[in-house]
Write a protein that binds this ligand. Structure first.
Ligand SMILES: [Zn+2]
Ligand SMILES: [Zn+2]
Length: 225
């Protein structure tokens, strides 16, 4: 039973630490601020519901599906990360481009006017938490049969990466192109919500585009006479 809350506990600790560092560094007054106070109270409430109620419940379900003969770590660990990355990317893109955008709208109330801080990483609607946070991991469990240790480790990696891509203090850190950098995800919130759908570790869209066009050289601009 205690394992159900391990991820919630460490995720919450990391959010508090990163929130504190980001607020000091960026000097954003979002708490006890007349215009933003309500939004940040909603963020606190949704963090509580998602991390301390839905998360442990999902963990309970995931453990039920764990096989007594798990796949080797070399298959299950990358498999879990890949399943999460692909399903999140496709689901996120779908929510942005369909009439179901209302599910994702709350997460985008954190933008350049209300600011994006680590607490916004899990400030999503219940529907979004189930569809884009829980379902990709449960799918990974069914497909790649991780051990409980691999399940905890990969979910924690996803959770930590999710918090770091919502940290403005990391905006200028350079990541390899195949990864989702804080810059890419913060630009998704602040500049162009129709770009950079992948999150939080592997830039699945970048890899899929590379697979489609392996020699994607930029065409020279033709001169018009
Ligand atoms: Zn986000
Ligand atoms: Zn989005």
């Amino acid at each position: 039973m205690i394992n159900n809350f391990i991820l919630s506990f460490y995720t919450t600790q990391f959010i508090i630490l990163m929130e504190y560092i980001n607020i000091i560094y960026t000097r954003k007054q979002v708490y006890n601020n007349n215009t933003l106070d309500t939004l940040y109270k909603q963020a606190l409430l949704s963090n509580f519901i998602n991390l301390w109620l839905l998360g442990p419940l999902a963990y309970y379900v995931a453990v039920e599906y764990l096989s007594s003969v798990p796949f080797p770590v070399i298959i299950s660990a990358p498999g879990m990360i890949a399943a999460q990355g692909i399903i999140y990317n496709e689901g996120h893109k779908y929510l942005h481009n369909s009439e179901l955008y209302w599910i994702h709208k709350f997460h985008h109330t954190f933008n350049n006017t209300s600011f994006v801080l680590p607490i916004s990483a899990n400030a999503v609607s219940i529907q979004e938490f189930v569809l884009l946070y829980i379902l990709p991991i449960l799918s990974g469990v069914c497909l790649f049969r991780p051990s409980e240790n691999v399940l905890i480790t990969t979910t924690m990696m996803i959770s930590i990466a999710n918090i770091t891509i919502h940290s403005p203090i990391l905006y200028n850190i350079k990541y390899p192109e195949f990864m989702v950098s804080p810059q890419k995800h913060l630009d998704h919130h602040n500049k162009s919500i129709k770009s950079h759908y992948s999150a939080p570790i592997i830039d699945t869209q970048y890899l899929l585009d590379k697979l489609k066009k392996p020699n994607n050289h930029t065409e020279p601009i033709k001169k018009i006479d």
